[in-house]
Design a protein around this ligand. Structure first.
Ligand SMILES: [Zn+2]
Length: 175
């Protein structure tokens, strides 16, 4: 069941993913995502056909929605990082780090995406950010990278219970 309301009662823009990644059938053919430029072949999604050797002319072609686009469409996520108490002087650098880290992840895997960076409202003086991603491991790696880069932060990771595997990371700056 999709959860759209968090424990604190806040309405979340995206909900934890509960569905399994869908692997299209048709191993011999190509599947093009209708939403993005991803192409499915050789059991995974790629940015293009670059690595597909020996492209047969009569390959069956299908159109579908890739798992990442589907997750975004369904307003779901697999990784969430909540960053609190962000010092003003690093906020720009932090956003840049998040964007470049996620850009590299997407470059390696078209299913690995940054969904959103939100600034929660009704916060007290200190700045916070909520980041949602399509891959739980990328969320954990990104959070570790932030902690390593800016040093003064504490990190807590929790996972939602099986069969869902959504990672929740809490990063709090200590200054
Ligand atoms: Zn797509």
């Amino acid at each position: 069941m999709r959860k759209n309301i968090s424990k604190s009662g806040k309405t979340e823009l995206f909900a934890p993913r509960t569905e399994e990644h869908e692997i299209p059938k048709g191993k011999l053919g190509l599947v093009f995502c209708r939403e993005c430029n991803a192409v499915y072949y050789k059991k995974s999604w790629h940015h293009n056909l670059r690595y597909l050797k020996k492209l047969r002319e009569n390959l069956p072609v299908k159109f579908a929605i890739c798992p990442a686009c589907k997750m975004i469409k369904n307003k779901q996520f697999e990784g969430q990082i909540e960053i609190t108490n962000i010092p003003q002087k690093i906020s720009k650098e932090l956003i840049n780090l998040i964007n470049s880290f996620c850009k590299r992840a997407y470059g390696r895997d078209p299913m690995d995406r940054l969904i959103s960076i939100n600034q929660p409202k009704n916060q007290r003086q200190s700045a916070s950010l909520i980041i949602t991603l399509t891959e739980n491991q990328t969320a954990v790696r990104l959070a570790k990278k932030i902690k390593q880069t800016f040093k003064k932060a504490t990190m807590k990771i929790s996972y939602s219970s099986s069969p869902s595997d959504v990672a929740y990371v809490k990063l709090e700056f200590r200054i």
